[in-house]
Design a protein around this ligand. Sequence first.
Ligand SMILES: Cc1cc2nc3c(=O)[nH]c(=O)nc-3n(C[C@H](O)[C@H](O)[C@H](O)COP(=O)(O)OP(=O)(O)OC[C@H]3O[C@@H](n4cnc5c(N)ncnc54)[C@H](O)[C@@H]3O)c2cc1C
Length: 589
Amino acid sequence: AVITDPLLASNKTFDYIVVGGGLAGLTVAGRLSESASITVLVIEAGSDNRQDPRVYDIYRYGQAFQSELDWSYPTDQKKSIRAGKTLGGSSSINGAAWTRGLKQQYDSWIQLLDPADAGSGWDWNGMFSYMKKVSSPLLSPSFLTSSASLMNLAQAEAFSAPNSGQKAKGANSIAAYHGTVGPVQVTFPDLMYGGPQQPAFASAMVKLGLKKYKDLNGGTPNCVSFTPNSINPHDQDHRSSSATAYLSPVESTRTGWTTLVGQQVTKILFSPSTILPRVATGVQFGTASGQRYTAHARKEVILAAGSIGSPALLQLSGIGDATALSKLGIPSIIDLKTVGKNLQEQTLNSVGAGGTNFNFGGSGPSDVIAYPNIYELFGSNAATVVASIQNSLSSWASSQAGSALSAAALQTIYKVQANAIINDKAPVAEMFYNNGSPAKIGLLIWQLLPFSRGTVSIISSNPFTKPQTNVNYFSVDFDLTVQVGVARMARRVFQTAPLSTLSTGETIPGFKNVPDSAVHGSDADWRKWIRSHFFPEVSASWILKLLVYDTKNVRVVDASVMPLQVSAHLSSSLYGIAEKAADIIKSAQ
Ligand SMILES: Cc1cc2nc3c(=O)[nH]c(=O)nc-3n(C[C@H](O)[C@H](O)[C@H](O)COP(=O)(O)OP(=O)(O)OC[C@H]3O[C@@H](n4cnc5c(N)ncnc54)[C@H](O)[C@@H]3O)c2cc1C
C-alpha cells in the first residue's frame, strides 16, 4: 500500500528499506516483494502524484519543472538540475524517449570492475536481457507468487509494435530488440506526427552521412531513427513510469510492500560496532518542519535516491570524505573519498528554423533522433579531433582529478571512454527533432559523453539543505568542441533537402547571433552563444559497485552506479540495472 502516515512505518522492522521511490527504487522493490515472505519499505520524499495530469499526461511534458515535483538541484554557472520529486522519481516527469546505448559501451563496463567480477553479466548481453526479455539465472522459484503474472520476471519492457498508421508516418521496429511482457509499456503515440517534417529530418540526416535504421534499440544507436516512448497504449497513451509499471498493478495485493510518501530519509543508521564492514540497521526519516522517525532494516538498506540524492545521503550518514564531513560536524563512519565524485552531466542547446506552412499532422511527443559519431560530426577535421583526444587524456585527467579518486583512476576511465568514441564509434551527440520548439522546425542538441567531471557535496549537516552539485560544465574544453560540432551539424541539416524545402531559415541562434560562413559559423561565435544559452541535460553517474565499500548491507541502485555514460536516454538502461540488481540482492540472501 501507499501510505502517508509516518507512524505506520515508525519503529517497525522490514527486511529491506529502499530510499527513494523513483525509477530504480520501485523496480527493485517490485521485484523483492514478489516473495510473499519478504517485507519492503520504500520511503519517498515526494508525494504520490499518479493522478496529476502534469505526471500522467506526457503531452504536458515540462509542466512539472520547477514545481514541487522537481528537486531543482542547484549547480554551478547558476543552472539547476531537474529531478523528479514524486512517486516514480524522474520517470514520472521525464520525456519518455526510449533508447539504449551502444553495445560496446555496456561491454566496456567490465574493464572498470574488479577482474573477479568479469563474469558478472555487467555487459551488453547481460543488460540487454534484463532490459527486454526473460533471463534471470539467479532467480529462485520461491520468489514466484500469483501476482507475478502481472509482472513478468526480469523483463522490463512491454513493447507494442507500430500499427500501419504509425508505420506510414515513419515508425518501425525490430521485434528481437524488444521485450513484450514486462511492466514498462513502450510504443509510438497514437497522435504521432504525420506531417512531412520528421521524415524530412531523417532523410536530410542521411544526406549528411548518417545511416537510417528501422530501430536503434538493439545496441546500435549510431544512426537516425524513429524512436518509441514509455507510454501505455492500453491507457490512453499515459506515461508508463516505474510507479504505474511496477507498483500500480500489484499495489493492493503485495501485502509485504509498503510505500511511505512525503517523508525524506535523513540518515542511514549503523550498529555501534566500528569493525568493518559496517552494518546498517535502518534509517531515520522526517520532514523539514516535522519530527524524525526511525525504521529498522533486517537485511539491507538500498539507496535509490538518484545520482544527487544518494551521494548526499551517504555523506549525511558519515560515508564520504572524512575531512570534508568533519568540517560540517558529521562524524565519519567510513572515509570514502569517491562518494559524490565522477559526476557526468551533459549540456543541451535548442536551435530552430522557421517553417513553411506545412501541417505538423499530429502532436507530441516527438519521434525522431539522430546520434552522430565523432567522424560524422567533424568530417574532414575528425582526424585532428581524434588526435587531440588521444594526446589529452593525461592532462584532462590531471585537470579533473579533484572530481575523481585520483588522476590515475580517472585516466583509466577516460581510456575506456576514448576507446568507445574513437574505435567503437559511439555517438558523441544527440540531435532530437523537436516539433514546434523552439521554432517551427526545432532541434535539441547535446553532447553525450563529456570528459568534464563534477561532484556532489553536502554543504550542511541539515538534510533539508540541498547539496551543492558542481558539474564543471566545459571544464574540459573538448566538451565545448563537441557541442560546437553538433550545433554546426544542426545548421547544416536545416539547409539540407528535403528539410530545407520546409524551412524558411534558421532563427535560433540565427545568422545575426552566429554569422554563417564557409564552415557554418566560427568557433568563437558558436562557443559564445552555446555558453550563454545551454541547459543541463539530465543524467549523471559516479560508481559501479552496488555494495557501498566497507559496508555489509548498504547498496546503491540508481543512476549513480553507471561508471560511464552511454549514448542514450537513460531510463531503459536503468530499468535493466535495477532488474539485475534485484536478482543480485535476492541471491545474496
Ligand atoms: C526532466 C527529465 C527528462 C528526462 N527525459 C528522459 C527521457 O526522455 N528518456 C529517458 O530514458 N530518460 C529521461 N530522463 C532520465 C531518467 O528519467 C532518469 O535517468 C531516471 O529516472 C533516474 O532514475 P533514478 O532511479 O536514478 O532516480 P529517480 O528516478 O530520479 O528517483 C530518485 C527518487 O529518490 C527520491 N529521493 C531523493 N532523495 C531522497 C531522500 N533523501 N529520501 C527519500 N526519497 C528521496 C526522489 O524524490 C526520487 O523519487 C529524464 C530525466 C529528467 C529529470
